[in-house]
Design a protein around this ligand. Structure first.
Ligand code: ZN
Length: 171
């Protein structure tokens, strides 16, 4: 038995210890248990369209490519790129994800060319807590046409920007 130094708190820890008795840091290097035994999952359909698999699903991270994107007509993964993409980060024709980018984007942060819906949404039509778009609906909406309790509307005629509260219609 020998002692090693805990990388977190610096205390001497037995190399037999499963975790540091001082701060509780798991000793992943002990060789018994890997820090996170990642069971990566990947499915790639045989059928392809435009050289892309019809369906490509990746969950979990492999050691050499922690954020390998799933690419396919239908893509699902931590990072998904496809005609229809679902993922933590989704980029696609129709994108749904934590961060979604696409002509139609739905997500926590949605950046859509045509439609964006999400916590923060931008798009020609934007729906969200904070919405920015040509037509914007949300808690805070910024756009040419807005529907929101608080709105920041650009008036094309005067070119001025004014912040109104609902029910305080002017003009
Ligand atoms: Zn420690």
């Amino acid at each position: 038995m020998s002692l090693t130094r805990c990388p977190d708190c610096g205390r001497q820890v037995s190399d037999r210890a499963v975790s540091c008795p001082n701060c509780g840091r798991p000793r992943a290097a002990a060789g018994m248990v890997r820090a996170v035994p990642v069971a990566g999952f990947e499915y790639r359909s045989q059928a392809t369209l435009f050289g892309w698999p019809l369906v490509h699903v990746i969950y979990g991270a492999s050691d050499n490519a922690p954020l390998k994107p799933a690419r396919g007509i239908l893509a699902c993964g931590n990072v998904a790129i496809g005609l229809v993409a679902f993922g933590g980060i989704a980029i696609g024709g129709i994108a749904l994800g934590g961060i979604a980018l696409g002509p139609v984007a739905l997500g926590g942060v949605a950046l859509g060319l045509l439609l964006g819906a999400g916590g923060i949404a931008t798009g020609y039509l934007a729906l969200g807590g904070v919405a920015l778009g040509a037509t914007a609906m949300g808690g805070v909406a910024l756009g040419a046409m807005t529907m929101a309790p608080a709105r920041l509307t650009t008036r094309s005629r005067s070119g001025s920007v004014q912040l109104d509260r609902a029910g305080a219609e002017r003009d």
